[in-house]
Design a protein around this ligand. Structure first.
Ligand SMILES: NC(=O)c1ccc[n+]([C@@H]2O[C@H](COP(=O)([O-])OP(=O)(O)OC[C@H]3O[C@@H](n4cnc5c(N)ncnc54)[C@H](O)[C@@H]3O)[C@@H](O)[C@H]2O)c1
Length: 383
């Protein structure tokens, strides 16, 4: 057989991310394409082993996709010799324990973010993975979004001149669950269950800012719970103990000022659910999930402030669309391909547990800043 079969335990595969993005859009999509080319010309062939708590749900997913390998016993799955990779898309609080078990079983680990509940645990997982000699990686899907790829291309091509500032706006209205059901799981709104928008989104902003612009050197955040109670999946009212909006200011190395608003209590008057505006001395860009528009200094108009007159300029029409110039695949799938090549061919994979720990650290220090009302410097992690 011309295939390199790779057994992958998928834990949390019944969840939103585990099922849709990781199983269907990534691993099964790679199989649909005939596998992923390995360095020796063979095809890397993911063999998913579905793991979760509900036999009925696992069996249903397996049958829907013509799969046969599923179990509710993680230890049994980790003991198998034909399993090389453990992947975790469980609720965040269950992650650390499962990753430790996988490290002890000698498996390579790939995981959803955030890597752990706190920085100390994340650093400890990094050390344990290194000591065990297993490969490790954390999902950083936003880096592979078409809009952000185009933004990175602009930075690499020197389009901006000196970059001054980055303004991010992320969010949408998440229904309270009473007269319309909520479109996110209720654990997201309970801090005792690992919820909160800061721990959810700051890890993303950490790697987006670091990889596309410069490392984050300080954080100052206002983090609040705008909607104090919600209705869960069973129709019961619960107290929203976790934050649902985080307004952060981040200073980056080299003096770039980044502000990112993250909110599940905002209505969208934007082109996309996340947008970043970047202003530089030579040009500006606005990038979303897919699209990116630019305005060069040479085409920048000269608006004059006069509140007595109606606006006559079509400001959005003064920007130019950045072309794709390449094919963009699903971002989760692209990062999976990198990880599979990392495991099989030892290809580089910079999005490791150390990177994941920096994301957890930014969320933790953002929350501390909000609690204490202080701007907080980000120390280098002691790895
Ligand atoms: N990369 C991204 O853009 C992104 C987006 C959303 C969520 N996430 C992350 O993915 C993870 C899952 O989020 P989701 O939105 O898919 O959540 P979800 O609630 O839809 O899925 C959670 C999964 O964990 C399982 N689970 C729930 N409680 C459990 C428990 N007590 N013990 C064991 N398993 C349990 C569920 O059965 C389900 O399979 C989270 O860590 C979250 O931070 C990442």
């Amino acid at each position: 057989m011309n295939r390199v079969p790779i057994g992958i335990v998928l834990n949390g595969v019944t969840g939103r991310m585990g099922y849709r993005q990781h199983l269907v859009r990534s691993l099964l999509a790679i199989r649909d394409e005939g596998g992923l080319p390995a360095g020796d010309g063979r095809r890397i062939w993911p063999e998913p082993i579905l793991v979760g708590r509900s036999p009925a749900k696992l069996q249903e997913i397996a049958e829907r996709h013509g799969l046969t390998d599923w179990t509710t016993d993680l230890d049994e799955a980790l003991a198998r010799d034909d399993v090389q990779i453990y992947f975790d898309a469980q609720v965040t609080q269950q992650r650390e324990k499962a990753i430790r078990a996988a490290i002890e079983a000698g498996k390579h680990i790939y995981t959803e973010k955030p890597l752990a509940d706190d920085t100390a645990a994340a650093v400890d997982l990094y050390r344990a993975a290194v000591a065990a000699g297993v490969k490790h990686g954390v999902v950083q899907d936003k880096l592979f979004l078409p809009g952000l790829r185009k933004l990175a291309r602009l930075v690499e091509g020197g389009f901006f001149g000196r970059i001054l500032s980055v303004r991010g706006e992320f969010g949408y209205w998440v229904f309270e669950g009473d007269w319309q059901s909520a479109q996110r799981p209720s654990w997201n709104y309970r801090s005792q269950d690992g919820g909160g928008i800061a721990v959810d989104m700051f890890p993303h902003w950490q790697y987006v800012l670091e990889r596309i612009f410069a490392p984050v050197r300080s954080v100052q955040a206002t983090i609040v719970t705008h909607i104090p109670s919600r209705v869960d999946e069973s129709g019961a009212v619960y107290e929203a103990t976790a934050d649902d909006a985080a307004y952060g200011t981040f200073e980056l190395e080299g003096g770039i000022v980044a502000q990112v608003n993250s909110s599940w209590a905002v209505r969208v008057y934007r082109d996309e659910l996340v947008e970043f505006q970047v202003d530089g001395t030579h040009g500006s860009a606005v990038a979303g999930l897919r699209e990116c528009h630019v305005q060069h200094r040479a085409t920048t108009p000269k608006p004059v402030w006069n509140p007595d007159l109606p606006a006559t300029e079509q400001f959005r029409a003064q920007w130019q669309r950045v072309p794709d110039n390449e094919e963009f695949d699903n971002g989760f799938k692209v990062q999976w391909e990198h990880f599979l090549r990392h495991v099989v061919d030892d290809a580089a994979f910079p999005w490791d547990f150390a990177a994941g720990a920096r994301g957890v650290q930014l969320a933790e220090l953002g929350l501390e800043s909000a609690r204490t009302g202080r701007r907080i410097e980000i120390p280098s992690l002691d790895l």
